[in-house]
Design a protein around this ligand. Sequence first.
Ligand code: NBP
Length: 489
Amino acid sequence: MATHDIGLIGLAVMGQNLVLNMANHGFSVAVYNRTTQTTDEFVGGLKNEPQDKVWAGTPDRIQGYHTLEEFVKSLKRPRRMMIMVKAGAPVDAVIEQLKPLLEPGDIIIDGGNSYFPDTNRRDADLRKAGLRFIGTGVSGGEEGALKGPSIMPGGHHDAWPFVKDIFQAISAKVGPNNDIPCCDWVGDAGAGQYVKMVHNGIEYGDMQLICEAYLILKETLGLTNNELHQVFKEWNETELESYLIEITRDIFTVKDSLGSGDLIDKILDTAGQKGTGKWMSQHALDLGVPTTLITEAVYARCLSAQKDERVRAETVLAGPKDAKFTGDKKQFIEDVKQALYASKLCSYAQGYVQLNAAAKEFGWKLNNGNIALLWRGGCIIRSRFLGDIKAAFDKNPDLENLLLDDFFKAAIEKAQPSWRRVLSTAIQLGLPTPVFSAALNYFDGYRRGRLPANLLQAQRDYFGAHTYERLDKNRGEMFHTDWIRERTL
Ligand code: NBP
């Protein structure tokens, strides 16, 4: 008998926690996993879960199935089923198994970290088969999945009314009454996955900026971990208040359980990258938009991964000798805070520029203010700052660049002297600040009506007859010069 509100396929950590979240909100859920033992262990173990994880009565709302046929038959119509398996080929494999079991109008939701061109393709294929597909970003890791993630759905718009109640019920909530869901419709086809990719890219940028602030404070002022804890604690009570600043504050307090001292000082300084930051940078290049911070953040991870080579290089290559910071310590900490804020603003400005370019490319209608709201809670980049971004887009939905909003324009003007002092100091001391620098370079480039690309065009025309446009003629009117013949010296 068709009894379940929704079905979920893929019972690894994300799937299990989403199921519990749905059941905790009163929805009845059918579950299926390729390895049936996982289904049995999950469903069988529910009665023994601690009460803070599973509310009383929840287990009765979750039922396991060993075959997809039984699973599909158990769902109310139109059938709603969410796939939470490993991104890539496994998602296609599950869709292919489901297709013959479904009826027109049924809804397949992919909640994994899928690459947006795959979501575009699946949306188009499933439309042809009469099915409705949703590709949704889910952010917040395992804890978010259980207690309230940020959810960014896109795909077949007709499917949205059928999943809206469930998604908005299980999502994180923000606002004075904690009742505004961090979940709303994003746009057609792969728009939801695209927004999730941009979220992850921004996360890369935010994390690297914090790491650079840490390096500058540690190397310039010699702050101890205790002092760093204090600095981040204070910053978290300002406009920088965010999940990432909060966890950074806490990290400096953790002792090494395997030895003496603080754990942070024992951690190997190499970072990996799973792909979403890279995807965003790759697509920025395809679109021809300068998403420089996030790309530098990806490169910073790549350089960090070259540990052995860096250790060898350290013995060969020297930085500035005897360079020392001599300024005011308190002022410098404030300068770093301002630099971090201004750089972060550039990162979000770039992220939105890329989102708008992608929307234009794919014909998506995105609501930028709503996207800021989706990220306001539940996800890794949640912050007070996103409320200001929402306000900026609410004031002007067609805002070309966040840097042009009055509130942010004033903020960056205020931060500018500090931002420049911090970077000058870092350069003089030889400290690597790829993302802080990329931010300031973007700002300095974006705010100039004239860049040196006139010389670039002359060079291209010189060696390749690529032609150029002139300042004093109509755009699109092309000129070529025989530079060798015209040389005057
Ligand atoms: P995993 O990404 O580790 O995937 C494991 C699940 O995929 C298992 O249920 C496994 O079934 C199933 N699976 C595989 Br692998 N190949 C399959 C196939 N060919 N057919 C059917 N099922 C298959 O799980 P996860 O960490 O829970 O993540 C799920 C999705 O959510 C991923 O796309 C991930 O990127 C995304 N995500 C994860 C997080 C996080 O914090 N972990 C956060 C946000 C998003 P089996 O048990 O039979 O092997």
